[in-house]
Design a binder for this molecule. Sequence first.
Ligand code: IPE
Ligand code: IPE
Ligand code: MG
Ligand code: MG
Ligand code: MG
Length: 283
Amino acid sequence: VDLALDHWLPGPDLVPQSIHQAMRYSVFAGGKRLRPALCLEAGQLTGAIESDVLPVACAIEMIHTYSLVHDDLPALDNDDLRRGQPTAHKKYGEAIAILAGDALLTRAFQILSTVPGSGIGAPARIQVMQEIAESIGTLNGMIGGQVADLESEGKTVTADLLNYIHSSKTGALISASVRSGALLGQGAEHELRALTEYGANIGLAFQIVDDILDVVSSAEVLGKTPGKDRSTNKATYPAMFGLEQSRREARRLADEAIKALSRLGEQADSFREMAAFIVERVA
Ligand code: IPE
Ligand code: IPE
Ligand code: MG
Ligand code: MG
Ligand code: MG
């Protein structure tokens, strides 16, 4: 994935250099590459050609990185540390950080719409673009979730709203990562259904664990400043339910995700491992 990202990102010497360097800085600062992994595995499970899925996996990682760059801005979460490095706006200034986020998003859709000798036809490609665009939009997508997250700071929220925030700001793109891979492989109806249910469950579990790690982890391990959610009075699972119940809920969701795969046999083992990873991870 990193090699492919290097290929698909504009070179650092291309003009204007500052923006291309800033895009690369945030993408290559680190990161677990969970979303590309989910996309590639779903492609493999449904019989897609890996070289067709890889650009889509990269586009998704660029979109995810854009969301992190903007999430860290002073106007949003105002964070100084990301992926173990100074945040993009600390390193390049706010204007370039905003534009680098915009540029990563734009480049992603440029890649998704490009067909370089690919085995994927236009209908599948358009379907994947729609899927990803929806997942990061305002209606149950990432932007909608981010807005509700910001507007809930310092307020008492309902469990339903908390669930909406987490499923939208984080769950939706994770689900879309899995579904995109399966759409590229033209997965059967039952495969898509199973992977969709899997994605929704691990997506929510992933953000619950992110909230837990903000409480219990350290900057060295996490690569971001812990304790921020509490100091900014964010609506989080630990704040609403406490750590133990949040951990139980994340595990329950991972179990649900694994149950959804029951008809898929051992070819879905990597998805079972990723569900376990999501609740056991320390960063
Ligand atoms: C962090 O995502 C932001 C959330 C959506 C919770 P990741 O924990 O996947 O961040 P990286 O990509 O590994 O840095
Ligand atoms: C961010 O959630 C979700 C995004 C869409 C970027 P957080 O604000 O909790 O993510 P971190 O903890 O800063 O990575
Ligand atoms: Mg945030
Ligand atoms: Mg944040
Ligand atoms: Mg967080």
